[in-house]
Design a protein. Structure first.
Length: 600
């Protein structure tokens, strides 16, 4: 073990955030979804070498998917996303790759045969990804397939991170406790697993971190072994947690050049209680915990209790700082998979670096919360300068190719929808007129992009003149004190209106607004002028994009969402929208309309 710094490292805790069969199932679905259809189509079309074509197609398809880490990465496992858009993206790359191979090799098969053979690969891959994601989502709702997280940070920021993680189940992180830093108490009821002092460095003499009387002879800093790990055998080593004299060793106090000559290092004699052997004193000799751990295991194989020898992992040996021992002990005691550090004024710089060493040397996974919220991953990039890790955050997409493409798709989709749905429009207009007196269409002023007012169109779902009754119903508003006005059983809604609202058919005339450029197919909910009059600076950011016929608010619960939840979704969309994200929302809208949850 001598000279092997990794000898003291614990085995990494296995991840439990996804089922182990996800990746093999996804790989098999991709391979068979490409191989079998290509083989069948080429055989039926009497193309040359169908087996070779099918093998190449399957290899290229799984290779493209693997290159994009669709079978699991370092931080995200299989099933974290539905996978439809990713499958389309990869499938288009596959077509380009196979076209290049066909041009280079002169492969004579027909283009139509190739396209027909490859199309099922997209369908099978998307279907398998959806099934895996659905299974994983169900597991998460039942508190399975999760990662047990120990949060480390000051009380306020740590509780804020804990609350955000607890509010949703579309991620694998479950907080099991918090190790607080400095003063302050947890008010949310989250278990407190320990407390670190407000300042880094050796503990105060009146409050030693490892129990009374733990200072080593001669005033040297103490090094302790920890029996809280299940790997450490019981016996005399456990006394290190109960007041036995600590083992003396010196570490560099402030960096190179600060070591005092004659600093004692470990030897067999010193472990037996005698003085250090001649020649074992050197300036800064024990300069790292790894070196000390190796020396301890190599020099004292017979003195270790419980039958532990130099070939077995040595006990934890850490400098006398409360950070590493406290966090590692809490993580092991409660079987944490991940230590999540929330930086702050008390946890930064060298202290954060030292804590990361202790956590990772113990074989635990480490993550650091950046403080950024509701920022899409594609907008964040990492750079390094002067030893600092810098997160670059790209500005939201406001101009360029994507907004232009979005506008084209909006108007084309609206025009196509109006043509295809024109018979349905006529039937619904007639039904509204027959159900209650008044016009078929309801016109209302709403606020759009950059605060511009426009006239929104809907099929009428309330009695004629319903807006004049709103003041009387204000006490029943379920969003009292907020700009939004909603009543679950609004007496102004007609019989047919309830059906139209449940199925969202009342929104279809807004395709006209989309065609005019006043709205988008996907975007925030269009607000009323009186709502906007009560907006603050944060709420006004919703108007940075066009309002939408559908959006995150509709596919996430609609009227069942609180004002704050709906606002958070709208702000997230305004800052992070993309064309592919819009396509995903449109696909999810179909299910939301069929489900009808939150529509009233």
């Amino acid at each position: 073990m001598a000279g092997d710094p990794s000898g003291a490292r614990r085995p990494a805790v296995p991840r439990r955030d996804t089922s182990p069969w996800y990746a093999p199932i996804a790989l098999a679905a991709d391979a068979l979804g490409a191989f079998l259809p290509v083989l069948a189509v080429h055989t039926l079309a009497d193309e040359p070498r169908p087996l070779a074509a099918a093998t190449v197609a399957a290899a290229c398809w799984t290779g493209v998917r693997a290159a994009h880490r669709r079978y699991g990465g370092r931080t995200l496992g299989v099933g974290e996303f539905r996978g439809l858009l990713a499958a389309v993206h990869d499938w288009l790359i596959l077509l380009g790759l196979l076209a290049m191979l066909r041009a280079v090799t002169g492969e004579p098969s027909g283009m139509l045969s190739n396209l027909l053979g490859l199309l099922p690969a997209l369908v099978v891959t998307a279907w398998a990804g959806w099934l895996i994601h659905r299974h994983l989502a169900r597991q998460r709702r039942e508190a399975r397939a999760v990662r047990r997280v120990l949060v480390v940070g000051e009380a306020g920021p740590a509780e804020a991170v804990t609350a955000r993680l607890a509010a949703r189940t579309d991620h694998p992180y479950v907080v099991i406790g918090v190790v607080t830093v400095g003063g302050g108490a947890l008010a949310s009821g989250t278990p407190q697993m320990g407390r670190l002092p407000g300042a880094a460095g050796p503990p105060a003499e009146d409050a030693p971190p490892h129990g009374p009387g733990r200072e080593a002879p001669g005033g040297l800093p103490a090094v302790t072994t920890h029996a809280t790990s299940p790997d450490v055998p019981e016996g005399p080593w456990a006394e290190a947690e109960t007041g036995a004299e600590a083992l003396p060793v010196s570490w560099p106090a402030t960096g190179p050049g600060t070591e005092a000559p004659g600093a004692p290092i470990w030897s067999a004699a010193s472990a037996a209680g005698g003085p250090a052997e001649p020649g074992t004193e050197a300036p800064g000799a024990a300069a790292s915990p790894e070196a000390f751990a190796d020396a301890l295991a190599d020099a004292l194989p017979d003195a270790l209790p419980g039958g532990l020898t130099a070939a077995a992992p040595p006990p934890d040996v850490v400098p006398d700082s409360p950070d590493g021992p406290t966090v590692v002990a809490a993580a092991r005691r409660h079987a944490a998979d991940l230590v999540l550090v929330v930086p702050g004024s008390l946890v930064t710089g060298e202290r954060l670096r030292s804590l990361s060493w202790a956590v990772q040397d113990a074989g635990l996974s480490l993550a650091v919360a950046s403080g950024l919220t509701e920022v899409a991953r594609r907008r964040v990039s990492l750079a390094t300068a002067a030893g600092l890790n810098l997160l670059h955050v790209a500005a939201p997409t406001r101009r360029g190719a994507q907004p232009a493409l979005k506008s084209v798709l909006d108007r084309a989709g609206a025009a196509l929808g109006l043509v295809l749905l024109s018979p349905l429009f006529a039937l619904l207009a007639l039904a509204v007129r027959l159900d209650s007196p008044g016009p078929a269409l309801y016109r209302q002023t709403r606020i759009g992009h950059h605060g511009a007012p426009f006239t929104l169109l809907k099929f009428r779902t309330m009695i004629d003149g319903a807006e004049h009754l709103r003041s009387r119903l204000e006490p029943a508003n379920e969003h009292g004190g907020r700009p939004l006005f909603k009543i679950r059983r609004d007496p102004r809604i007609t019989r047919l209106g309830r059906l139209l609202r449940r199925t969202s058919l009342d929104e279809l005339p807004q395709l006209v607004n989309v065609l005019r450029g006043e709205m988008s197919l996907v975007g925030p909910r269009p607000p009323l002028p009186e709502e906007v009059a009560r907006y603050g600076v944060v709420e006004l950011r919703r108007l940075a994009v066009k309002p939408g016929l559908t959006g995150l608010w509709q596919v996430s619960g609609r009227s069942e969402l609180s004002w704050d939840e709906g606002l958070a979704l709208d702000l997230a969309y305004a800052d992070n929208w993309s064309v592919t994200g819009d396509l995903d929302v449109l696909a999810r809208t179909v299910r939301a309309v069929i489900d009808g949850r939150g529509a009233y």
